[in-house]
Design a protein around this ligand. Structure first.
Ligand SMILES: Cc1cc2nc3c(=O)[nH]c(=O)nc-3n(C[C@H](O)[C@H](O)[C@H](O)COP(=O)(O)OP(=O)(O)OC[C@H]3O[C@@H](n4cnc5c(N)ncnc54)[C@H](O)[C@@H]3O)c2cc1C
Length: 474
């Protein structure tokens, strides 16, 4: 297909589709946000050359471009806006190199995160960032959202594992940022800037990412507490003792009850009510010794504590956390929020969320990456009787299928109160899912007007004609 009046750059042959089936399959992400109108078409890119051709065409014609990995995002970032080209890079999915000596991998953007982790395993290495969507999301999407995960507690977010990028800019030019080196302070950190830029500064077409040795051992400890405040205090005491868990996941009483509705209560609790569930893992050669210390700290906070005796028991304890989202989705449509607060304010945040839920009469279930202070308050809007999402695995996701306006004013009032509370505690709107469309309303409250203005001017430097994911992120 050619540019305006048959002149100028053309869309690459064979990769551009406008049929309803392809377009419909590329309209939504997993947030539940339904864009108005329809995209112009979908480019199923298979190479860097395809991506460059699409951007040259879009630049010349002023056509918006919505880059898409797997579409598992929870903030509306990959939602296909009216008249846009959806640039799907999921077919660019080769792992081109794994270097055991440099402890890195070179990948195309469409590689599924778990596939990279598995491939690295053959070299005794692993890719540390592990969003719960690890089996269904792409490295490119993880980079564009700066995804987090369970292991962030020790290994950081995606940005901490990205060494270098190949990026196609808005006008179709290809640039490289960063190096294969451990250290790199030459010039501004454009690799860090592109990471988390939600498809607004360029299209990631290649990445060099850090791999780490697979830990010699992993030990798992779980604990039931009378209340969330005690669990949060215990997590802080673990940090204060100089221990660094690789995983620290907290479920509040409501979330635990939803899980136990499916699994039945844990018999080891012997009928005692639980106000919070905490799952901790330590890894490395000192994992068992650390787990013993963690066990002691938790017990000192009046918890019922269990250390897994073997891998099967560890898997059963992890399963409680893994089942939480599917258990909530059985109850209705789940609006998954993603605030982060300073770790020391975690208990206050959970208690405030519970108060907000009562005030606005909406059910809010909270799970948290406790060692990061990253909370997922999940507002569940009960499904009308007789409907069922059919979701029964961890590959479930955010709300789907209806305009956000359908959620009801009290749901948005509760969400507004949660964001305001997070900012009041010195926290932020999003710890790992990104701004997308759904959190734009609160952006200036978080960043401040001057900072936001600077970010918008920065965006215009990379994309002067405003074609990259317009209306999203900053
Ligand atoms: C069940 C479930 C669990 C989840 N758990 C987590 C979790 O634990 N932690 C977490 O952080 N997130 C989680 N998510 C959210 C989601 O999986 C992540 O945001 C993920 O990084 C998105 O990857 P994707 O390939 O699906 O990207 P998409 O949804 O396709 O895109 C996300 C954003 O990135 C942009 N983008 C995608 N690819 C590129 C590229 N190559 N270049 C430039 N921009 C690009 C898009 O335009 C969009 O703005 C979860 C989602 C689900 C459904």
């Amino acid at each position: 297909m050619s540019g305006p009046e048959g002149r100028g750059p053309e869309l690459p042959d064979g990769v551009f589709r406008t049929d309803a089936e392809t377009v419909d399959a590329h309209r939504l992400d997993r947030s539940g946000w339904v864009p108005e109108g329809r995209p112009f078409g979908v480019a199923l890119a298979e190479s860097v050359a395809d991506v460059r051709a699409v951007l040259r065409y879009a630049h010349a014609t002023g056509t918006p471009v919505v880059t898409r990995g797997a579409g598992t995002g929870l903030s509306g970032g990959a939602g296909a806006t009216d008249g846009s080209i959806v640039l799907d890079v999921s077919r660019m999915n080769r792992i081109t190199e794994i270097s055991a000596v440099d402890q890195l991998a070179v990948v195309e953007p469409g590689v599924i995160t778990a596939d990279l982790d598995r491939a690295a395993g053959a070299y005794g290495l692993r890719y540390a960032p592990d969003p719960a969507s690890v089996a269904i999301s792409t490295i490119g999407g993880n980079i564009a959202t700066n995804a987090g995960g369970l292991r962030c507690a020790k290994y950081g977010v995606t940005r901490d594992s990205v060494l270098a990028l190949d990026v196609v800019l808005a006008d179709g030019e290809l640039i490289s940022t960063g190096h294969r080196t451990v250290k790199d302070v030459t010039g501004y950190d454009l690799t860090g800037l592109f990471t988390g830029s939600e498809g607004t500064l360029g299209v990631v077409v290649g990445a060099t990412v850090k791999l780490r040795p697979v830990p010699a051992a992993t030990a798992t400890v779980a604990a039931y507490f009378d209340d969330v405040a005690s669990a949060a205090a215990a997590v802080n005491a673990i940090s204060a003792a100089g221990l660094q868990p690789s995983v620290a996941e907290l479920l509040d009483a409501a979330t635990l009850a939803a899980v136990e509705e499916v699994t039945g209560p844990d018999p080891r609790r012997a009928g005692r009510a639980a106000g919070a569930f905490l799952l901790i893992q330590a890894d490395g050669s000192a994992a068992e010794a650390e787990a013993r210390q963690i066990h002691a700290v938790l017990a000192a906070h009046h918890a019922q504590v269990f250390t897994a005796g073997d891998d099967a028991e560890a898997a059963r304890l992890l399963d409680v956390r893994r089942r939480a989202l599917p258990a909530l989705e059985r109850r209705g449509r789940a609006l998954i929020e993603d605030i982060a607060v300073p770790r020391s304010r975690l208990a206050e945040a959970v208690e405030e969320i519970q108060r907000i839920a009562k005030t606005h009469a909406v059910p809010v279930f909270t799970m948290a990456h406790a060692a990061d202070g990253n909370l997922h308050p999940i507002i569940v809007v009960e499904r009308a009787t007789g409907t069922d999402s059919g979701t029964d695995s961890d590959s479930g996701g955010g709300a789907q299928g209806a305009p956000d306006g359908d959620l009801g004013a009290n749901v948005w009032a509760a969400a507004d109160a949660i964001f305001t509370m997070a900012l009041g505690l010195g926290g932020t709107l999003t710890g790992e899912h990104g701004i997308g469309v759904l959190k734009r309303k609160w952006l200036a409250d978080d960043l401040g007007e001057r900072n936001l203005d600077l970010q918008r001017r920065l965006r215009a430097v990379f994309d002067p004609t405003g074609i990259l994911n317009p209306g999203k992120a900053v």
